[in-house]
Design a protein around this ligand. Structure first.
Ligand code: GDP
Ligand code: IMO
Ligand code: MG
Length: 426
């Protein structure tokens, strides 16, 4: 399988990194194609837990070339902090390549993120405050600074100075404290010098590699329902995590993509504001959060819990042309008496399986549930499909019949080996 896309099918944190780690063993490159350090991707190997924000999840394998593609927005301080931490733990990052076309995040972007959230007051989005939206806005406004600019220090310093000065004029008009322009220029340039050896024309690099028989994983961050176009706008991120974004954000065209794996948790979580039809509050919700350790990797925020929603998953199949589903964290539901699965929405007296095209309508739907008896035993040691209890098989059949896509991977624990492979993924 030359090029596989891995994409989140809910609101993020589905366990994408664990599936990337599982597949990376048989791939030569792992490419992040969108998002930035708003992502928190966790890989557990034995006693070691790695929480990655910008460095692609394949970095743990020596044979993998990790690539930060052109569609990513890069915060250099975070990138080098992450590289230093990984290297201090014995993980070499020297193979990392960063696209010259990727846009950089600067201190004014983080400031703008905080200001726009505070201006929204009660209706704030609950962003990660990492400056992601403002950095993509600058890219679209054609005033962003790209990674390739750092190669000419004098020009880079002039660009940063010009942009910081312009942003200060805006901060002044809002009575916000000003940036120290010289500090921003000097700090950005120091980080920029470190970036130079990692820079590459990753688009041509990846195509040359494909021609030589490379196998490539395109690692999505965030998820389908956080997509700027297909998500629950405005409660979304500012990029395209969906499979189409994998083409734009890596420079690999659609005909080179051979598989699209959608990652879904066996339940659902959401961080930040926005409609969530299957949300579970109260004690039951707390129980899911406790057992699933549902606290954000990046911001530490409690994730909102809810049941699995097959209306959403079916829509994710459509939007991403999924070929496979990986259903993760099944083990979190081991002790529940009843597991609920949403199979339709009731809207204005009618039942539908179509995902509404706006957040306001989504906030009004009522869920139609199918209840499944819990299996009440630990799945942690299951490694073969035949070892999964009948109730789990029933759940998997329900998912497959509603989506039309096979569940090829089942997650039964956080560790690398805690999976059941139901179909070959190579
Ligand atoms: P990502 O952003 O999609 O890569 O997901 P995160 O890393 O933010 O969150 C997923 C969390 O669930 C991590 O702590 C993983 O170690 C953990 N995880 C992944 N798959 C499984 C699974 O099958 N079972 C359990 N118990 N934990 C899992
Ligand atoms: P991974 O890759 C879960 C959410 C934020 C907020 C919205 C917009 O780990 O799945 P942003 O800072 O991107 O402008 O915030 O998107 N969000 C995530 N939620 N997992 C993520 O990444 C997320 N990245 C952003 O909580 O609601
Ligand atoms: Mg995450």
């Amino acid at each position: 399988m030359p090029v596989t896309v891995v994409v989140g099918t809910q609101w993020g944190d589905e366990g994408k990194a664990k599936v990337i780690d599982l597949l990376a063993g048989s791939h030569s490159h792992v490419v992040r194609y969108q998002g930035g350090h708003n992502a928190g991707h966790t890989v557990v190997v034995g006693d070691e837990r790695y929480a990655l924000q910008l460095v692609p999840s394949g970095v743990l394998y020596e044979h993998v070339t990790p690539v930060i593609g052109n569609g990513v927005v890069v915060d250099l301080a975070t990138l080098f902090g992450e590289i230093d931490t990984l290297e201090s733990r014995g993980v070499s990052c020297s193979r990392l390549r960063v696209s010259t076309l990727a846009h950089l995040i600067f201190p004014w972007h983080q400031r703008q993120d905080a200001i726009s959230e505070s201006l929204r007051g009660e209706s704030k989005l609950g962003t990660t405050l990492k400056g992601i939206g403002p950095a993509y806005a600058d890219k679209v406004k054609r005033i962003g600074i790209r990674a390739g600019e750092v190669r000419d220090s004098e020009r880079f310093r002039a660009l940063v100075k010009e942009r910081a000065t312009q942003e200060n004029a805006l901060f002044a008009s809002l009575d916000e404290p000003l940036l120290n322009v010289d500090d921003v220029v000097n700090q950005s340039d120091a980080l920029a010098r470190r970036l130079v050896p990692y820079l590459d024309d990753t688009v041509n690099m990846l195509h040359d590699a494909i021609e030589r028989g490379a196998t490539i994983l395109l690692e999505g961050a965030q998820a389908t329902f956080l997509d700027i176009d297909h998500g629950t706008y405005p409660y979304v991120t500012s990029s395209n995590p969906t499979a189409g974004g994998a083409c734009a954000g890596s420079g690999i065209g659609p005909r080179d993509i051979t598989r699209v794996v959608g990652i879904a948790k066996a339940y659902t979580t959401r961080v930040g504001a926005g409609p969530f039809p299957t949300e579970v509050t109260g004690e039951l919700g707390d129980r899911i959060v406790d057992i699933g350790h549902e606290f954000g990797t990046v911001t530490g925020r409690r994730r909102r819990p809810g049941w699995l929603d097959l209306v959403m998953l079916r829509h994710a199949v459509r939007v991403n042309s999924l070929s496979d589903i990986a259903l993760t964290k099944l083990d979190v539901l081991d002790d529940f008496d009843t597991i609920r699965v949403c199979v339709g929405y009731k809207l204005d007296g009618r039942t539908t399986t179509a995902f509404p095209d706006d957040a306001e309508t989504l906030s009004r739907v009522e869920c139609v549930y199918q209840d499944i008896a819990g299996w009440k035993k630990s799945l942690r040691r299951c490694r073969a499909d035949s070892e999964l209890p009948a109730q789990v098989q029933h759940l998997l059949s329900l998912v497959e019949s509603h989506t039309g896509v096979p569940v090829s991977v089942v997650g039964v624990g956080p560790e690398r080996d805690d999976v059941v492979l139901r179909r070959s993924m190579s």
